[in-house]
Ligand binder design. Sequence first.
Ligand code: ARG
Length: 578
Amino acid sequence: MSIKSLLDQRMLSAMAATNIPEDCPANIAVSTRAGFGDFQANGAMAAAKRLKTNPRELAQKILENLDLSGIADNVDIAGPGFINIHLAPEFLSEQLQLLSVANKLGTNTPTPQTIVVDYSSPNLAKEMHVGHLRSTIIGDAVARTLEYLGHNIIRQNHMGDWGTQFGMLIAELEEQLGEGEQAELALGDLEIFYQQSKKHFDDNPDFADKARNYVVKLQSGDAHCRTLWQQFIDISVAHSEAIYRDLNVTLTHTDIRPESAYNDDLANVLSDLQQQKLAVEDQGAQVVFLKELADKKGNPSPVIVQKSGGGYLYATTDLASLRYRSGTLKANRILYFIDARQSLHMKQVFTLAKKAGFVTDNICLEHHPFGTMMGKDGKPFKTRSGGTVKLTDLLQEAVERAGTLVKEKNPASTSGEIAEIGRKVGIGAVKYADLSKTRTNDYIFDWETMLSFEGNTAPYLQYAYTRIRSIFRKAGIEPSGIIQNISIAEQQEKALALKLLQFGEVVQQVADDAYPHVLCNYLYELASAYMVFYEHCPILKDGIPPQVRDSRLAICQLTSLVMAQGLDLLGIEVMEQM
Ligand code: ARG
């Protein structure tokens, strides 16, 4: 149990013993001002208002009923009735000793749920671009966090591998192969290939006819078109998987369940909706009108599930996938990491899936939207010539820039070491810059800030980690098994201990709300608390008694474990030296 929950429990029973109504909260919070204890209970004021009595006097009565023996060494009242709790150093020492890797660093083990996480999900017609970055790294961080807590995580990469563009693309591929080109070479740069086929389509009416014809053939299962399509898809998927490897993202080949996987079920989705009289004909199309999502004037929100030509839509596929995730995968919870611009689409699909009984009643459907990645000019991030930035180019630049910085700092390192550290720092910086911002906002992509060794950045945290590790190298000690006999004496030790003990709570918050920046902020505060501790509490200096030295080394070791684990949940690698 977290210290906060423990204090909450104790405070509530003291309040009950003071005859305060049960629904009055204790309002425990970490104290933010020095001299006001480590935690504050602010519930007395609201309770006094309810009971129409003096808050300070009520706080005094609560204190008389409050048992914090073994937990706090001083409790006092401040201002109109704040209760300040000063934790006992022995209590903190004990609690720290309980934080071990075996105890998962203080996180609670929840009842395991089956949780589907839909993320990355790029369209395969084109190369992955920066627009896919946020979904991929935010989704991965949350999936890792939920998995760490012991949930059964099913990743679903809902790749867009279907739709009208593929007629044009396979018609183009067929022509280029006819000219003796190899598929791998023709599709070496999907962006260029897409432009070539688009130009061909616009300029040449015969080619355009063929492309349209190929869409129909593909959908009816024509073998020749299918083979071309499969060649295209395989190469495009390989492009994405190379990015996942570079990005240190946990998505694998088996997590791919693309749009085409639901193809055979789309007619069933439609007929089910028709039978339930949910889908009706409207100008030749099949449409569901949702009054649940009506606009201000009362017009229901239309969801087209079949076009007048017979084609199915993005929403139809999402309905089929929801039915699969609930019925076959037995999900308790489904998380979608998709751009905020798709909010209405997600609302429609969730509402309709529930209404049509495609998902169980108690399932939790969550769209976790995010804003746009902007350039320094405040406009959506683009290349200098105004084109979309390919992810592969962006990541390469990150690694190169980080490599240059690392080399400046360590002129003596070998080129192999520099390459390895540069890779971890560069990729870490790109991921952290994104994860550390409140995801619902737009954010500005800026190389200088994200690669800085100061401030709330990946390099700063990675550097803090290497500083801790270097102490053990200097001391010539293997850090395993030294987390015992911790004794907290100095204020800086206490502050660091309190931070370490918050890890479980923070991880739980990310698991509940899917906002990874909460974990980033925590790690930054932890690293800062460590730096202050390191300044004030010498460890290996002559004259430091062995017990003090060992206790401080144990605190260092715990800090490095929490730091590495926290960064790992974000998908960011650490290193021994930098
Ligand atoms: N392929 C879509 C896009 O690039 C994202 C798919 C998200 N997942 C989903 N189940 N709709 O916009």
